[in-house]
Structure formats: C-alpha cells, structure tokens
Design a protein around this ligand. Structure first.
Ligand code: PLP
Length: 370
C-alpha cells in the first residue's frame, strides 16, 4: 500500500550526525564537520556587499540569474568538457535542494533508487520522501561502486542511481573507467544518474569525471558550498537535458522560487574570478590528509587512502564505541553507521579543521583507540 507524504515525514529520523554534535562538550575538537574551515574569499564577500548596495535584493528568474547560468555554462565546458547551455542549468539553494527536487521530480511510489552504502545521509532520506524505495549497494572494501555489482542491483523498477564522486563519507574517487561503465549502465537500462559532484575540486589523486560526459541520462548536481567555502550562502546548481529541467523546474518554482539573489551575484564572482583560493584550500587539505593518514597507519588502523573530499574513513571495529570514547575525550567524529548499514565498523574523520587540531586529535586517538 502506498504511504502518504505526511507519513513518510513521520518515519524520518533526526540525522545521526546532528545527535553527536548535540552531545559534544565545549572546546571539543571537531572532526565531525562537513564544511571547509576557511573564510569565504574576500573578492566573493566584496561582491555580495556590492550586490546589496546595488539593489540585487529581489527575486531572480526561477532558473537563476542569466549571467550566472552563462558563467556556469562556460565552467562546465572548460572544466568538465560538457556542453550545457544556460537553459540547461538551474541555480538551486545548495546542492541539497538540487538532490531533493531532482528526486521529487523523477520518482514515483514504487520506483527504486540505488544509493551507495555507506553514502551521504540525504540520499536515502530524500529518496524515501519521494515515495521511492531505497536500494543500498554495498561499496565493499574498496569503498566505491563496483559497476558490475551495481548492475546486479538494477531491476525494472530502478529509476535513479545516485553517484557521489569524490564521496562523502569515504573520500573515494571513482576512476574514469568506472564512471563510464556506470554511465553506460544508465543509458542501456534507461535509468537516470543523479551525480553529486560537490567535492569535484578537492581531488588529490586522479581526476574528476562527470558521468554526463558519457550519458545524457544524468542530472549533475553541484554547489559553490565546498569549492569556495560558502556553505552558509546556500548556492548550488544542477544541469541536465531539457526534458529533465522542464520537470525539475516545476518542483523548484514552488518550493524555492529562486536561490538567494545576493549569493547568486557572489557565486558569479566566485566562478569568474581568480581560482587560486580553491587551489590553496586543496593543498591545505592534502597536507592534512597526508598527516592524518600517516598517523592512523602508524597506529595500525586500517584506512584506504581517500583520494578526494576532506574525509578519512578508517575501519575501527566498533564504530559507536570508538565515537563515544573519542567524544568523552574531546574529539567529535561520526560513526560509519550514520551513513548506512555497510558503514558499520568505520568512523568518519573530517579533516576540515586546522593541522594543529588534527595533531591534538590524533594524540587523543593514540590513547583511546590503541
Ligand atoms: N552532497 C554531499 C556529498 C555533501 O557532503 C553535502 C554536504 O555535506 C551536500 C551535498 C550538501 O551541500 P549543500 O550545502 O550545497 O546543500
């Protein structure tokens, strides 16, 4: 029997990550947070102030400011080799809204959505909210999709495959070969990929490839949030073929109307302005990753080297016990089970905090986990 929207909301839980933050004491070192610890670059902030003073404070078009969509179209071409015209790009309130409206527009009750397990918390929750059933695909010890295994989970009810590379929580990056194989599955089986690419600029080995390079059945989700350290500005965007945009816009126009006009002007400065700030963040994250991995390995903890994002996902054994013990000793982390059943035994450490804090935290880990 179909469950109504209101009942689906009642069935939702408060995110496991939020519960941990609430239990943390003051002065704790936060390795639980999923946002860059850098200030938004000055030229972006200046543009926002200018936007307010120049009166960019009204609604924009539902799709977003034309000049921003034009700049994003150029970004897709230059950085991703993708031909999206401005009319195929929609500005959203963060990537979160993009994921929500894409699932709402695409899924019917009874459809199946394939999500990575472990995977970012929103995918399962928002798929269920859309009325679809969630089909978690275990990522295995490599912590990324094996396209062959993924294929085994496709049924005639599969509507969407959620792909997230680089991944939260594992930090893993799918290779171009794997991305192509997943894109081919989507084309062959007439399934849509929702490709969440918010960490595309934080890759330390390998390169970012969007499945949209190989299939038209893709809704590409992205945001300024992580790239330019703008999580609070709520500025995201999605790109897809017109058939998708037409449907997704119907949801967006009523739930959001338009993204924040000031953030849109700021994002225009971010996308068209100097990109050194992004490279600097990436290098800082790389240093921290290398340090954290070195320390975890020296402790004898099993951890696949994350190639992207800003998370390490070591196997600890009893993830809830480890997180509780660390919390008692002043380190906030996230249990793998917050990201799905297959996260059991893993802990997510975010290195979006200073190297100094990471050094203190690994000192505590040596006492608590070894
Ligand atoms: N997608 C992934 C994989 C994330 O990790 C996050 C935030 O942590 C989001 C989407 C949400 O991004 P936004 O803040 O742009 O809504």
């Amino acid at each position: 029997m179909a469950i109504d929207f209101n009942d689906r909301v009642k069935e939702m839980n408060i995110s496991g990550i939020r519960k941990i933050f609430e239990a943390a004491g003051p002065g704790s070192i936060n390795l639980g947070i999923g946002q860059p610890d850098f200030d938004t670059p000055q030229h972006i902030k200046d543009e926002a102030i200018k936007a307010i003073n120049e009166g960019f404070t009204g609604y924009t078009s539902n799709m977003g400011m034309p000049e921003l969509r034009e700049a994003l179209s150029k970004k897709f071409k230059a950085e991703n080799g993708l031909d999206y015209s401005p009319s195929e790009i929609m500005v959203t309130s963060g990537a979160s809204e993009g994921i929500y409206i894409a699932l709402q527009a695409l899924c019917n009750t009874g459809d199946e959505v394939i999500v990575p397990d472990p995977g970012f918390v929103s995918y399962s929750a928002l798929s269920r909210l859309s009325g679809a059933s969630v089909v978690p695909v275990p990522l295995g010890s490599k912590l990324k999709y094996d396209p062959e295994k993924l294929k085994d989970h496709i049924t005639r009810n599969t509507k969407v495959i959620v792909l997230n590379s680089p991944s939260n929580p594992t930090g893993m990056v799918q290779s171009e070969e794997e991305i192509k194989a997943i894109a081919d599955i989507a084309s062959d089986r007439n399934v849509t990929i929702i490709s969440d690419e918010v960490y595309e600029h934080f890759i330390y080995e390998g390169k970012h490839v969007s499945p949209a390079k190989y299939s038209d059945n893709v809704v590409t989700i992205n945001a300024a949030s992580k790239t330019y350290s703008m999580t609070g500005w709520r500025l995201g965007y999605l790109a897809a073929r017109p058939e998708y945009i037409e449907q997704i816009l119907k949801v967006h126009q009523y739930v959001q109307a338009a993204a924040c006009s000031i953030s849109q002007r700021a994002a225009l400065a971010a996308v068209t302005g100097p990109q050194e700030c992004v490279a600097e963040m990436r290098e800082e994250f790389r240093k921290r990753r290398d340090y954290l991995l070195g320390e975890l390995h020296a402790m004898g903890i099993d951890c696949v080297t994350p190639q992207g994002a800003f998370y390490a996902f070591p196997y600890i054994g009893d993830d809830n016990k480890a997180v509780t013990e660390l919390l008692k000793n002043g380190v906030i982390s996230t249990p793998g089970t917050a990201f799905g059943q297959c996260g059991k035994g893993y802990v997510r450490f975010s290195y979006a905090t200073s190297l100094e804090n990471i050094k203190k935290a690994t000192g505590i880990m040596k006492r608590v986990l070894c």
